[in-house]
Design a protein. Structure first.
Length: 460
């Protein structure tokens, strides 16, 4: 059984919009981040006298690693705040990669700060390198707020270990997610010792004011976008499950009803984080893309059963309350810069591509959709795609394994043969990481510039 969900007048209006590409603010944001890091380095340099002895050099190395770690902590939390300018303009996947990279640097700087500072204190106390453990214990017990900082550092180490690829792949997503949320506690616990024991903040009142302002602003953003905005959204729209429909083997669509859902600001290509208030699912929040343009009374997601949470979606009962956060993601029509567009979907990556196929601005002949699946039985939403293609004069192609299991050849040469002017297309792509990488390389080989290949990947 399949279900057809058309976007209605709103979706048709979307197809008639002019192409107005919107630039990502990523470069200005990165420049601002580097400017902040330069200001931290200047603060350290300004307050560092000429030092000749070894213990002084080691302690000052500990100071700069601590200052940089404190600065990056604020950025790590900012990247978790789900600020629309980041999530919808830069892209959730890019922000996630920034967050992962910042987290690794932060943990490295924290470890270096603790080691260098305790080593420097040990040398000042006449102890050898082997006395660092005792010096650390003494500092935790004697210096203000060091006990809280020690607990926070332990949490950072735990979070870092849980994010190592080999560990994360073996850890249930919900466990990893809730461990990751302790980042807020870790930052709170380590913040206070920066103010009470940091020499730079003792001698520079303006630096202390800036530090309070930085952390205060980040805290406000977290409270607003992680707590207040989701509460307001869900109280206003009161979402619930309307129906669950099997689209293909192991793939189901969940139809979600509510009030004035078209006013949530969602666009084709975006996703929400969904929490279904059913037994065993209340504490799980997972990201799923919209598989159709938003309607005033209906949203739809289409999900493949690849984990415990996604497999349980087929058991949802009509009327189950739904809690959503979003919309997130930057793979929308605003990324488009050319008249012609190729959409490439791999497996359940068809969900955002189907919504874009329906709503991207374009005339007859402008749009092409290439759908990769293991077999024709796995081509979820195919009937809907065929209807959309016919109505819009778009081209619809599929690539499935041959009867003997051989995979189709999606190479630069084949892409150029099927779409001779492919280098003049924008390309939107969604699918598993390996598939996305191979198609990206084929597109680049076919002459498509990297700036016109739009995709979001959530592999960190």
């Amino acid at each position: 059984m399949t279900t057809t969900l058309a976007g209605g007048r709103a979706a048709r209006r979307q197809t008639m919009r002019r192409i107005r590409p919107r630039r990502s603010p990523a470069v200005p944001l990165l420049l601002a981040v580097w400017a902040g890091a330069a200001a931290v380095l200047w603060l350290w340099w300004h307050n560092t006298p000429s030092i000749a002895d070894t213990d002084g050099k080691i302690l000052n190395a500990g100071r700069i690693t601590g200052l940089l770690a404190g600065y990056l902590m604020a950025l790590v939390v900012l990247q978790m705040a789900r600020v629309p300018a980041l999530e919808r303009r830069v892209g959730s996947d890019r922000v996630a990669r920034w967050h992962a990279m910042s987290g690794r640097y932060t943990l490295s700087l924290i470890v270096a700060h603790v080691f260098l500072t305790m080593w420097g204190y040990a040398l000042q106390a006449g102890k050898s390198l082997g006395g660092i453990a005792q010096q650390t214990w003494d500092s935790v017990n004697q210096l203000p707020d060091m006990g809280k900082a020690a607990v926070g550092t332990g949490l950072f180490v735990l979070i870092g270990l849980s994010s190592v690829g080999a560990v994360r792949r073996r850890m249930p997503y919900d466990t990893w997610y809730h461990v990751h949320l302790t980042t807020y506690a870790a930052v709170f616990l380590t913040f206070w010792h920066q103010i009470t024991t940091g020499n730079d903040f003792a001698v520079e009142p303006m630096a202390k004011t800036f530090w309070y302002g930085l952390y205060g602003a980040v805290s406000v953003l977290v409270v607003w976008y992680r707590i207040i905005v989701p509460i307001r959204l869900n109280l206003r729209h009161r979402m619930h499950v309307e129906a669950v429909v099997e689209e293909a083997p192991g793939i189901v669509s969940v139809l979600i009803g509510g009030r004035k859902l078209h006013r949530m600001g969602a666009e084709a290509g975006q996703f929400f984080r969904w929490r279904f208030l059913a037994p065993g699912m209340r504490f799980s929040s997972h990201p799923y893309s919209l598989s159709a343009a938003p309607r005033p009374d209906m949203l739809r997601i289409t999900v493949k059963a690849i984990g415990d949470h996604s497999a349980r979606l087929r058991e949802l009962r009509p009327g189950t309350r739904v809690w959503a956060e979003g919309p997130y993601g930057a793979m929308t029509a605003s990324r488009r810069s050319r008249g012609k567009v190729l959409l490439v979907a791999g497996g359940v990556g068809i969900t955002p591509m189907r919504a874009l196929f329906e709503t991207l601005p374009g005339s007859a002949g402008d749009l092409t959709l290439l759908y990769r699946a293991n077999s024709t039985q796995d081509l979820a939403l195919w009937d809907e795609l065929a209807v959309i293609a016919k109505e819009r004069g778009a081209r619809l192609m599929y690539a499935v394994n041959s009867p003997d299991g051989a995979r189709p050849d999606i190479s630069a040469e084949n892409l150029q043969r099927k779409i001779p002017d492919i280098e003049r297309h924008d390309v939107f792509m969604c699918g598993p990481a390996g598939f996305a990488q191979s198609v990206y390389e084929a597109l680049r080989g076919a002459g498509v510039p990297a700036r016109r290949i739009h995709h979001e990947s959530f592999e960190m």
